[in-house]
Design a protein around this ligand. Structure first.
Ligand code: MD6
Ligand code: FE
Length: 213
């Protein structure tokens, strides 16, 4: 059972050098975070992007902030407008920004200044294959990742795609902050198992805050 009313305080779990899981850190804010992300998606709907290799991604995505991440036949990039509709991305909600800054500071990155937030939505079966996040200009800036809704198995690997991976369950409200020596580690999400979350229904959502430029 998902225990919405547990009084357990958040705690930190080191994952690797420069990478920390802040367990349950976003639980209190979660209802407001989900409400805010759904409002962003009303302005700019979730969309299954096509990878440069021509595959339709199983994860549906949208963005908020000054820049948004997307892919198309030309490659992966950060843009000020959504190429789908030519409109600017919705602004990053203050609640999002504050949470990202607080979590980064708690994990040892007080200088983090996100200008982009990618919002991923996973339905049952959706997955994210092993990848590196390397489209950002300044790789000294960390990434802050917030998991909401259904749990998922996160794979955290090494610096080559074939390196061994750790498997970590990420649950509702968990935040992962990583940067420094771990910034370019391969990582992914295994296919989502079906479920029914009291706040997110059949979905897992993930917010990743980045400094794109
Ligand atoms: C996800 N996260 O949790 C996918 N990338 O749905 C990522 O790909 C990710 O969590 C960079 C940094 C943190 C992440
Ligand atoms: Fe990533």
């Amino acid at each position: 059972m998902l225990d919405l009313f547990s009084e357990e305080a958040p705690w930190q779990e080191p994952l690797a050098e420069g990478a920390t899981i802040l367990r349950r850190r976003a639980r209190e804010e979660a209802p407001a975070l989900i409400e805010a992300l759904l409002a962003v998606a009303q302005q700019n709907p979730f969309h299954h992007r096509i990878t440069p290799g021509g595959h339709r991604m199983s994860v549906a995505m949208t963005n908020c902030g000054d820049f948004g991440w997307s892919s198309d036949s030309r490659g992966y990039q950060y843009t000020e407008q959504d190429a789908e509709n030519g409109r600017k991305w919705p602004p990053m909600p203050l609640l999002f920004r504050q949470l990202a800054l607080d979590c980064a500071r708690e994990a040892g990155f007080p200088q983090f200044t996100p200008d982009a937030c990618l919002i991923n939505r996973y339905a049952p079966g959706a997955k994210l294959t092993l990848h590196q996040d390397k489209d950002e200009r300044d790789l000294r800036q960390p990434i802050v990742s917030v998991s909401l809704g259904l749990p998922a198995v996160f794979q955290f690997g090494g610096f080559a795609r074939g390196d061994a991976t750790q498997r970590v369950l990420l649950e509702h409200g968990d935040v992962v902050v990583w940067g420094g020596p771990s910034r370019l580690r391969y990582h992914g999400i295994l296919p989502l198992k079906p479920g029914d979350h009291p706040l997110a229904g059949a979905f897992r959502y993930n917010l990743t805050f980045r400094r794109a430029f």
